[in-house]
Structure formats: structure tokens, C-alpha cells
Design a protein around this ligand. Structure first.
Ligand code: HEC
Length: 205
């Protein structure tokens, strides 16, 4: 009986020594750049979800990219009452006035100029002549602000920036309403309407 016990004890210590040896040698001569054993791989590489795929949660299959809850309204969203129709265009032209005070027009024009350089110059050209690098190549280049579009009203300018017109795309998702109104002031400047003129509806002058 005692002999058996001794054999078992010996076997255990031999196994333990073997493990220790293995442990030490694994820290030994291997590749010095190896990060070694990862004890908690999940901590280093979290199991990520791929875009536009599905994953299973509590047995339910869900889309990884979920749509916002129904009725969600984007931050800063302002409803725009005029539809994208010829009637909506005319109504916007008659009824809409720039809500940004004319007194601060110079400030808004300066801000509008920056927006214009980022979003419009490549088509309309720096002076609004319709000769931007992209615009000049369009089948119908944009008309000049101080030519054909000289008397386009503030509301129509706003409406067209919002929905786009012809080959010009809609800018409602890139520019807030306030930014679009700043652009209206700047476009009016390019139309050649001086700061002493009433600027919320150029068509009425
Ligand atoms: C892809 C080129 C392109 C870009 C970018 C573009 N436009 Fe235009 N824009 C046009 C073209 C082309 C027209 C003429 C559309 C027509 O009458 O068919 C036009 C027309 C207009 C008009 C006259 C609309 C009307 O009611 O007759 C205004 C105002 C205008 N653009 C302002 C802007 C402003 C401001 C920006 C920048 C936010 C901008 N556009 C960006 C191509 C562009």
C-alpha cells in the first residue's frame, strides 16, 4: 500500500517538474518578438461585428447596422414646408425671406464665402460665372449669378440649394438651413446686389 502511494507521489512530482520545465523553456529561446501566450485573447481582440451583417443575440438574429428608431429626428433638423415641385419653387420664391438679420449681412457673407468655396466653387466658379472646373464640363454649365440668375429671389436660391436643380444635387443633407441662408447672402453678393439693398428678396427690387 505504502509502495503504491510512493509511486503515485513520484509520478505527480515528475509531472509537476515537467510542467515547470516546459514553463521555463517556453520563456526561453523562442522568437524574442513573440508576445507569448495570450491568457485572455478577448481582451486584446474583442469579437467585432461586421457592418451590414447579422448577429445572434439571445437566439434572435439581428442586423448589425440598425436603423434609427421610427420617428427619430436628426439633431438640428428643421422641417422645410415647401415641396420639391414647380409650385413649391414658386411659393418659396414668393414667401421665403432670409431669417438671418440683414444688419449682420457682412458677417454671414464672409461665412457663406467659406461654405461656397467648399461646396459650390467647383461648379459655379469663384465669381459665380458658371466656369468652375466641374461646372464647365457639365452638359449644361451653371448659369452666371450676375447674368441669367441676376434677379433670382432669396427664396428660390434657398429652395434650389435645398433640393438641387437640373444636374445640381440637393444640399440639404450637407448644409443646415442656417448655412444655406448664409450661402444665399453670398450668392446675392455674387449676383451683384450691394449691401445697401434690401436683400431678403432680390427679385422685388
Ligand atoms: C455639380 C455641380 C454643382 C454644384 C456642386 C452646385 N451647383 Fe448650383 N447649379 C448647377 C447647375 C448645372 C445649375 C443650373 C441648373 C438648371 O437650371 O438646370 C445650378 C443652379 C444653381 C442656382 C440657380 C437655381 C435656380 O433656381 O435657377 C443656384 C442659386 C445655385 N445653383 C447655387 C448653388 C450653391 C449655393 C451651391 C453650393 C452649395 C451649388 N449651387 C452647388 C451646378 C452645381
Amino acid at each position: 500500500m505504502k509502495k503504491h502511494y510512493k509511486i503515485i507521489k513520484f509520478a505527480f512530482s515528475a509531472a509537476f517538474a515537467g510542467l515547470l520545465m516546459a514553463g521555463f523553456t517556453s520563456c526561453g529561446k523562442k522568437d524574442p518578438n513573440s508576445p507569448g501566450v495570450e491568457f485572455m485573447p478577448d481582451m486584446y481582440r474583442s469579437p467585432s461585428l461586421e457592418y451590414y451583417q447579422t448577429h445572434t443575440e439571445d437566439g434572435v438574429e439581428l442586423d448589425n447596422a440598425m436603423l434609427p428608431v421610427k420617428g427619430t429626428v436628426a439633431r438640428g433638423f428643421m422641417p422645410y414646408a415647401y415641396p420639391n415641385t414647380p409650385e413649391g419653387y414658386e411659393a418659396a420664391g414668393t414667401n421665403l425671406h432670409n431669417p438671418l438679420p440683414v444688419a449682420d449681412r457682412a458677417k454671414y457673407e464672409a461665412e457663406g464665402e467659406v461654405l461656397y468655396a467648399n461646396f459650390c466653387t467647383h461648379c459655379h466658379g469663384a465669381s459665380g460665372a458658371g466656369d468652375g472646373k466641374v461646372g464647365a464640363k457639365l452638359p449644361g454649365p451653371p448659369p452666371a449669378y450676375d447674368g441669367t440668375l441676376k434677379n433670382l429671389s432669396a427664396g428660390k436660391i434657398f429652395h434650389s440649394i435645398t433640393y438641387g436643380k437640373g444636374t445640381m444635387g440637393a444640399h440639404a443633407s450637407q448644409l443646415t438651413q442656417e448655412e444655406r441662408w448664409k450661402l444665399v447672402y453670398y450668392v446675392q453678393k455674387l449676383q451683384g446686389h450691394g449691401s445697401d439693398e434690401v436683400t431678403d428678396s432680390a427679385e422685388k427690387q
